[in-house]
Design a protein around this ligand. Structure first.
Ligand code: ATP
Ligand code: MG
Length: 359
């Protein structure tokens, strides 16, 4: 096993800059996710790490070994793609054993490795079946099992769960995480699903247009987004953004939004400025609650109610700004009601509207 360092790694396809000077260090045994919207360069980055693509500039280090110019088979990596390619004429057991023969491993060792992975992934009862006799989720688990039994130095996964239905996705991701913890193999996972990234990862690298936007632990990225893009991309439902005028005062920060003044603690902003400035005030729906109108400084009219089970989301129209709040699903207001909004002021984030930078 090994650490992985991407050092100013760039990749261009003709005029398309798919990756721009990516700097990421992945610790030995760490589970890192590359997260971002379609086309941001996730698969390109993974293909460079695997050796399937060659970076246009920069270096890739596995520990202190420069692997930038090595062929894939010289890198000791295992990769799982979105479309699991199993050998159709082989049983699950044979599929999982296949790569191991080439590694000149003893029979007993191969059996032990296959049994361990099959056990963690719940594949024991399926070992003698052929891929055609398995469900999509089972096939994907075999593909994961086949990759990890080879004890690779680095385990690479490109959207391995996206072909699965919702329930299976959740179960399979739990299994991937367990397997990775148990084997301690350095893993790089690609997804555009922020929830998947949050639950799986030790750290998440958020990408946009071939550039790294933020690298941090899941809750760090969630609570402390570096910019408007990260704030909007992470978290579902998305963070509310309200235009406001903000002023730094002796007690903290005052944000004047619509006709209400909202008092925020000083530490919600990292910078300082004189007088008033236009900002975007970001508040997550889960940090906004419904209150009695006379007990809240922010008031608006209920526009939409969405019960989701454990809570209900309420869209409230604040003089033209529709924001989403969260409430008890058993006590929801009616559409058209005037309600107050309670907020967790310490959780607010302020952004510069033009540069989209965090203030
Ligand atoms: N072989 C190629 N030739 C030209 N352009 C390419 C090639 N491969 C990728 N690109 C471009 O590079 C950019 C990054 O593509 P990449 O496949 O890495 O995105 P991605 O983040 O994996 O997206 P998705 O979530 O859709 O899989 C895109 O603009 C894409 O069109
Ligand atoms: Mg991709």
């Amino acid at each position: 096993m090994t650490s992985v360092s991407l050092e100013r790694m760039s990749k261009s396809y003709g005029p398309v800059a798919a990756l721009q000077a990516l700097d990421v260090h992945i610790e030995d045994g760490e589970f890192l996710t590359l997260l971002g919207p379609s086309g941001c360069g996730k698969s390109t980055a993974l293909a460079c790490i695997a050796g399937l693509e060659r970076p246009s500039a920069g270096r890739i280090m596995f520990g202190d070994r420069d692997v930038t110019r090595l062929e894939p088979h010289e890198r000791n990596i295992a990769m799982v793609f979105q479309d699991y390619a199993l050998y159709p004429h082989m049983t699950v057991r044979e599929n999982m054993r296949f790569g191991l023969h080439q590694q000149r491993m003893s029979r007993a060792e191969i059996d032990r490795q296959v049994a361990t992975a099959a056990d963690i992934l719940g594949l024991g009862p399926l070992l003698d079946r052929q891929p055609a006799e398995l469900s999509g989720g089972q096939r994907q688990r075999v593909a994961v099992g086949r990759a990890v039994v080879r004890s690779p130095a680095v385990f690479l996964m490109d959207e391995p769960l996206s072909n699965l239905d919702a329930g299976l996705r959740v179960r399979t991701r739990t299994e991937i995480r367990r397997l990775q913890r148990e084997l301690g193999v350095t893993s790089i996972f690609v997804t555009h699903d922020q929830e998947e990234a949050m639950v799986l990862s030790d750290r998440v690298a958020v990408m946009r247009g071939g550039t790294l936007q933020q690298l941090g632990r899941p809750m760090e990225v969630y609570r402390n987004p570096a910019n408007l893009f990260v704030a909007s991309f992470i978290g579902s439902p998305a963070m509310n953004m309200v235009e406001a005028n903000a002023r730094i005062t002796e007690r903290g920060v005052t944000a004047q939004a619509t006709d209400a003044a909202i008092e925020l603690p000083r530490d919600v902003v990292r910078s300082t400025w004189d007088g008033e400035r236009r900002v975007l005030l970001g508040l997550r729906p889960t940090d906004l609650g419904i209150a009695a109108p006379d007990r809240a400084s922010l008031r608006g009219r209920v526009f939409l109610v969405e019960p989701v089970g454990h809570c209900a989301y309420v869209d409230v129209d604040l003089a033209g700004w529709v924001v989403k709040a969260t409430t008890d699903p058993d006590h929801v207001p009616s559409i058209g009601d005037v309600v107050g909004l309670s907020l967790m002021p310490g959780r607010a984030c302020l952004f510069e509207p033009e540069s989209e930078a965090r203030l």
